[in-house]
Design a protein around this ligand. Structure first.
Ligand SMILES: [Zn+2]
Length: 67
């Protein structure tokens, strides 16, 4: 799953990996509470469940071949 940094807005992958079924189970709210993550630029913020983004199904283009 991915997060969007609350400081700089960049999306970055987390080590959190859940099935959508689990993600949408409201009884599991607690596992998301108070988790902090650090974006690639070094901003550490706490995130809640609604902040997590599922991976898009399409692969991320690396954007380096066409410079
Ligand atoms: Zn950031």
């Amino acid at each position: 799953m991915r997060l969007r940094c609350k400081t700089c807005g960049v999306e970055f992958p987390t080590n959190v990996s859940l099935d959508r079924e689990v993600f949408e189970d409201e009884r599991l709210e607690d596992i998301f509470t108070g988790r902090s993550h650090t974006c690639p630029s070094g901003h550490t913020n706490q995130y809640e469940r609604r902040d997590y983004l599922f991976e898009r199904s399409e692969p991320e283009s690396l954007n380096r071949a066409e410079r």
